[in-house]
Design a protein around this ligand. Sequence first.
Ligand SMILES: Nc1nc2c(ncn2[C@@H]2O[C@H](COP(=O)(O)OP(=O)(O)OP(=O)(O)O)[C@@H](O)[C@H]2O)c(=O)[nH]1
Ligand SMILES: [Mg+2]
Length: 428
Amino acid sequence: MYDHTLDKLPSRALLVAVQLPGIEDGALAESLGELRRLAKTLGLEVVGEYTQRRSRFEPATYVGKGKVAELKLLIEGESADTLLVDHEITPSQARNLQKETGAKEVLDRTAVIIEIFHRHARSRAAKAQVEIVRLEYMAPRLREQGEKKDRGRGSGVGRGTGESQMELDRRKLRDRIAELHAELAALAEERSTQRARRSELNRVALVGYTNAGKSTLMRALTGSDVYIADKLFATLDTTVRTLEPPTVPKILVSDTVGFIKQLPHGLVDSFKSTLDEALEASLLVHVVDASDPGFMGQHFVTEEVLSEIGAGAVPRLLVLNKIDRGGDEAALQARFPDALVLSARRPDDVARLYAAIVEFFAKDLIEAELFVAWTRQQLRGEIFAECRVLEERHDEDGTTFRLRAPGPVLDRLRVAAAGGGLPVAVDR
Ligand SMILES: Nc1nc2c(ncn2[C@@H]2O[C@H](COP(=O)(O)OP(=O)(O)OP(=O)(O)O)[C@@H](O)[C@H]2O)c(=O)[nH]1
Ligand SMILES: [Mg+2]
């Protein structure tokens, strides 16, 4: 089976890219820089780069025929064993490149990204999601390998056996994919129950390109110990925590999976369920690494994926992060007047972000009066947990609260105070 499991992955890699018309040198360099970081995340050492200007990819070998020989020499000269192709290529292009250059492995951008997701997946849901994408990526390659094997055997008795083995492998693959979908459906149900319990609460989600600093801000804003690393796709699972110091009513913050250009489509689909958390947020904090020269492109890719998953209309707060790395703060602020220009490493900056988030939710609070009879004083705890109480007045019948609260909370408390229903438990 075509299986480039990462543990078996050789370690010296050569990057290869075709520069298509309309792709500027700068854009090509950025893309290769990113591929280099993807390689580093997989633990590969990049020993060289090879680019070729071409009007299109060569159908058989991606790079031109004449260049394949050059690549072979380069691989030998650098003792490289892996070719990393900066585009998605067909299984037969990969196979031909491998055969003709003598590389042990040829991985395209998609395979590299899937591999990283595979290695970083921790929760059951993330593991199942990535495995589906991986199996689907493997399926056509399995076919090609099967065909090759069959041809190699000629037209003898073995041929039929080879085919049935291939059929068997494919069926196993299909069965496994179906099993994983069923597992995910069960997990999605669990998650939607948890989400329903949180639906009334104020939600903010940190979104953005991979490595922008979302998890670093998550830590700073919530005091949680989410994983942070100078790696691509360090986070694959959504984590939800309360904004600290706590506000009344409280605000929940979610950290989410990062995006990248040419994110394999299967991954966008399979992470949709994880990103539902982001969709349900009332506010998206879009974090951008402003110290990266390609940050405008990264901003664009993130917005594109957000629209694709249906989050195009959720209000945004743009955060231009990592300003401590020497960016021109004033110039950035002038160019993006509505953005928060900051560093996740400076507590004062994090405090500004905290204040902006609190302010966003404060404007949705409705000021109202709520009368609670003495017989219903068990509601007090809930009122103080979920509303900002501005004033209390007592008389012989009960207490009148003047408070600020989100509309749905107010509606629920009014029903409960009127005796129309039991207070609904929310998770605290
Ligand atoms: N200098 C500097 N480094 C930062 C800042 N914010 C984050 N970093 C670093 O950038 C790297 C990536 O940070 P993360 O918080 O893991 O990024 P992320 O957006 O969660 O990345 P993924 O989970 O991979 O999508 C880490 O090495 C952080 O320490 C900042 O404001 N300044
Ligand atoms: Mg992260």
